[in-house]
Write a protein that binds this ligand. Structure first.
Ligand code: SF4
Ligand code: SF4
Length: 245
């Protein structure tokens, strides 16, 4: 996969808070170690650095944590749309927060994105159906079993057969892919961090990302986006989830 192909999609992790606490969440260690809600200044810094660099995206995915509980979501979507940085905007959510948002705010949010993708389980089926009934085809579900995230590197899994085609952004950095931060947080320090690739958010940030080694790094050995890792990990479904609405 070329850097050009990867750089067409970017996933912005707008918050590391989540209103669910899933048993098998692969992001848990990372979210716990990096509590944040992205500020609008941080969000705008990424947009501006990208624009002045001449970068444009086919799709920006707003994810987390849980993006529907990010306090700046409505404003962030508005700014992103107005900037012209991306052709499409997708919201990736567990949908639980629909019960807390007014109908008007929900309509403003969903109406301003191209697609809402809901990771569907028994515990959020009702929230998904509420969204689906209100907004129809714009709301899509992703049904897949939870896979136990590995906490040790799996030998023989490089080069990675990776399903991810996105860069990712956290509050202060751009990362070569969506998996590396969560994997690095899960692994013992000596094997998780050395081979990640990130860049400070500033003009020209893509030049600092190591696209040539994208699939050949230590973090890929424990990443569920690597098909060679996912194939040998046990699945568990349904998962337990404590909701904190
Ligand atoms: S919904 Fe569950 S799996 Fe998704 S980020 Fe929250 S805790 Fe993790
Ligand atoms: S860590 Fe490796 S396998 Fe995981 S998303 Fe990144 S490139 Fe793909």
């Amino acid at each position: 996969m070329s850097g050009n192909e990867v750089s067409k999609v970017v996933s912005i992790k707008v918050t590391t808070r989540c209103n669910a606490w899933c048993d098998l969440c692969g992001l848990r260690e990372w979210m716990k170690a990096n509590p944040y809600d992205m500020s609008m200044q941080e969000f705008e810094r990424f947009i501006e650095a990208s624009l002045v660099s001449g970068y444009r995206f086919d799709k920006v995915v707003l994810s987390g944590g849980e993006p529907l509980i990010w306090p700046s979501l409505e404003q962030g979507i508005y700014l992103l749309r107005k900037s012209g940085l991306t052709r499409g905007i997708t919201l990736y959510t567990n949908a639980l927060a629909v019960a807390l948002l007014s109908r008007d705010i929900l309509a403003a949010i969903v109406g301003a994105v191209d697609c809402v993708r809901v990771s569907l389980h028994e515990w959020n089926r009702q929230s998904y159906l509420t969204l689906k009934n209100q907004f129809g085809a714009r709301v899509q579900c992703v049904e897949r079993p939870f896979v136990v995230p590995p906490h040790v590197p799996m030998e023989g899994s490089l080069p990675a057969d990776c399903t991810c085609k996105s860069l990712s952004v956290s509050r202060d950095a751009v990362h070569l892919c969506t998996g590396q931060e969560a994997v690095a947080a899960r692994l013992p320090r000596q094997c998780g961090h050395a081979s990640s690739s990130s860049a400070e958010i500033r003009p020209g940030y893509m030049k600092s990302l190591d696209f040539d080694r994208r699939h050949d790094r230590d973090v890929c050995k424990a990443c569920l986006s690597n098909r060679k890792v996912a194939a040998v990990q046990p699945c568990r479904n349904p998962i337990r989830c404590k909701m904190s609405l």
